[in-house]
Ligand binder design. Structure first.
Ligand SMILES: Cc1cc2nc3c(=O)[nH]c(=O)nc-3n(C[C@H](O)[C@H](O)[C@H](O)COP(=O)(O)OP(=O)(O)OC[C@H]3O[C@@H](n4cnc5c(N)ncnc54)[C@H](O)[C@@H]3O)c2cc1C
Length: 406
C-alpha cells in the first residue's frame, strides 16, 4: 500500500515526512538488526524495550489509544500513513501483551486507580506484561482453567500453574485468569487478576522451542498472595474481560503481520535469484517454485489491502470485530507457506545450529553464505504461528458464530 492510493493532501505528505524523519533519526543499526533477526515475536527483548521508550518520548508510545490515555489522536488516514512508514522503516518488535492486550481491558473494566497506575507504566515502557491464560489442561477450552484463587481477607491466595507463557522471563507483571468459584457453567467462577511477577511463590520453568529458543515458560504459583484491589472487573465475572481481550488478540497486528509477509516475499525473491546449483542456475528457473511464490505474492497483496481497509475503518478505543480474526487466520497460513519455501530454498544450509550468529551483536560467523542464516529459524518459528493465540479450528468457530451468525 502506498500513500498515493490515499488521495493525499499536502498535510498528509508533511505528516509522512515527519514520521519518516523520526524513524531515520531514531532507529539505530542495532534496532534495525534486531528487527531483521526476529523470527517469531522478538529477537532480543532489550531492543524492543528501548524502542518503546523512544516512541513514548516522542508522544507516539501508543498512537491508537484514546487521547485521554496518551493516544496520538490521529485520523484514520494518519494511522495508515504511520503504519506504512513503520512497514518501511521496520523497527524492532515490542512485547505487545501490555500495550495491545491488557491496556484496552484496563481502559474498559479498570477502576480509576487501576487506570491511573497501570496505563502510564505500559505506554512508557516501564511495565512489561505476560499473558497467563493457558494451563496444561486448558488451551482451546480455556474456560476449563483451574488455577485456584482462594479468598483470604483482602487477598486471594493462588495455587496452580499457567503454561506457554510467552516471555514471562522478561515481564514484571502478568495478567491471569483464575478460578474463584465452581459454578454450573465453567465460564462462571473465573476472575481476572493483575499480578506482580516478583510476588513471593511465583516460579518460572523455561520451555524451549523446536528452534532451541527460550520463548515460553510454565509459571507456577504456590500460595501467591494477590490483593483484591488487583482484580479487573467483578469477582467471578472475569470471562467477559477475557473475551474482550481476545477480541484484541485475535485481530492484533494485522498490518504488522502484512509487513512481515512483505519482507519475506522480498527476501524470498532475493533468495531464489541466487545461484543454487553451482552452474549458474537459480530457483527462479524452477517453474513450480516460481508458481508457488507468485501465488503467495498475490495472497500478500490481498492481505495488505484488507488490513489497510480494516485499520482505516477502526475507531480508536473500539474493540475490533471478527473480520480481523478471519484475516489473521489467512495471514498466518500464508506466513507458514512462505517460510516453507525459504527452508526449501536454502537446502542443507538449514541444518547447522546458527543461534550464535543470530545475535544482534556477535562475532560468530555464519556457516555458509549470509542469506542462509534465517530461513530455517523462520520456518521452525512459524510452525507455532497457527497455534499461538488460538488454533485455526477455534478461530473458524468464532468467525462462524460472531461474523456469520451461524
Ligand atoms: C507461540 C505460542 C505462544 C503462546 N503464548 C501464550 C501466552 O503468552 N499465554 C498463554 O496463556 N498461552 C499462550 N499460548 C498457548 C495457546 O494459546 C494454546 O496453545 C492454544 O490456545 C491451543 O491450546 P492447546 O495448546 O492446549 O491445544 P488444544 O486445545 O489441546 O488443541 C489441540 C488440537 O485440538 C483442536 N481442537 C480443540 N478444541 C477444538 C474444537 N472445539 N473444535 C475443533 N478443534 C478443536 C485444536 O484446534 C488443536 O488442533 C501460546 C502458544 C504458542 C504456540
Amino acid at each position: 500500500m502506498d500513500i498515493e492510493q490515499l488521495d493525499p493532501t499536502p498535510e498528509d505528505y508533511a505528516f509522512r515526512d515527519e514520521v519518516r524523519r523520526f524513524y531515520d533519526q531514531n532507529l539505530t543499526d542495532e534496532h534495525r538488526r534486531a528487527a531483521l533477526l526476529t523470527t517469531w515475536a522478538l529477537a532480543e527483548f532489550e531492543y524492543g524495550r528501548s524502542w518503546q521508550k523512544i516512541l513514548y518520548a516522542r508522544g507516539w508510545g501508543a498512537p491508537n489509544w484514546p487521547v485521554e490515555y496518551g493516544g496520538a489522536g490521529w485520523s484514520p488516514k494518519q494511522r495508515l500513513i504511520w503504519e506504512m512508514e513503520s512497514q518501511r522503516a521496520r523497527p524492532p518488535e515490542i512485547m505487545r501483551m501490555g500495550k495491545n492486550l491488557v491496556a484496552p481491558c484496563i481502559m474498559t473494566f479498570g477502576t480509576d486507580e487501576q487506570k491511573a497506575y497501570f496505563l502510564p507504566r505500559i505506554i512508557s515502557g516501564e511495565d512489561w506484561w505476560a499473558q497467563g491464560y493457558s494451563e496444561p489442561g486448558a488451551g482451546s477450552d480455556l474456560a476449563s482453567l483451574q488455577l485456584q484463587a482462594t479468598s483470604d481477607g483482602d487477598d486471594y491466595i493462588l495455587n496452580g500453574s499457567k503454561i506457554w507463557t510467552t516471555f514471562a522471563q522478561f515481564a514484571n507483571r502478568i495478567f491471569c485468569l483464575v478460578r474463584t468459584a465452581k459454578m454450573q457453567k465453567k465460564q462462571e467462577g473465573i476472575t481476572f487478576l493483575l499480578i506482580d511477577m516478583d510476588s513471593p511463590g511465583i516460579e518460572l520453568r523455561p520451555i524451549y522451542t523446536i528452534a532451541g529458543e527460550h520463548e515460553f515458560n510454565q509459571v507456577f504459583f504456590t500460595d501467591v498472595r494477590v490483593p483484591k484491589s488487583r482484580r479487573l472487573g467483578e469477582e467471578n465475572a472475569g470471562w467477559s474481560v477475557a473475551r474482550h481481550l481476545l477480541l484484541y488478540e485475535h485481530s492484533a497486528g494485522l498490518l504488522r503481520m502484512v509487513t512481515e509477509l512483505r519482507w519475506r516475499v522480498r527476501w524470498l525473491n532475493e533468495l531464489v535469484g541466487l545461484e543454487a546449483d553451482g552452474y549458474g542456475g537459480s530457483l527462479r528457473d524452477d517453474p513450480d517454485f516460481s508458481r508457488r511464490l507468485s501465488l503467495l505474492e498475490i495472497a500478500v497483496e490481498a492481505a495488505d489491502f484488507a488490513a489497510a481497509q480494516l485499520i482505516a475503518d477502526a475507531k480508536p478505543g473500539a474493540p475490533p470485530d471478527a473480520t480481523g480474526e478471519l484475516l489473521n487466520i489467512r495471514n498466518r497460513e500464508t506466513a507458514q507457506a512462505l517460510t516453507e519455501l525459504g527452508a526449501e530454498a536454502v537446502g542443507y544450509y538449514g541444518a547447522p545450529d546458527q543461534r550464535g550468529a543470530r545475535k544482534v551483536v556477535t562475532d560468530v560467523p555464519v556457516v555458509g553464505p549470509p542469506h542462509v542464516l534465517l530461513p530455517m529459524p523462520f520456518y521452525l518459528a512459524q510452525r507455532a504461528n497457527t497455534i499461538a493465540g488460538g488454533t485455526p479450528e477455534i478461530h473458524r468457530n468464532n468467525v462462524a458464530k460472531h461474523l456469520l451468525g451461524l
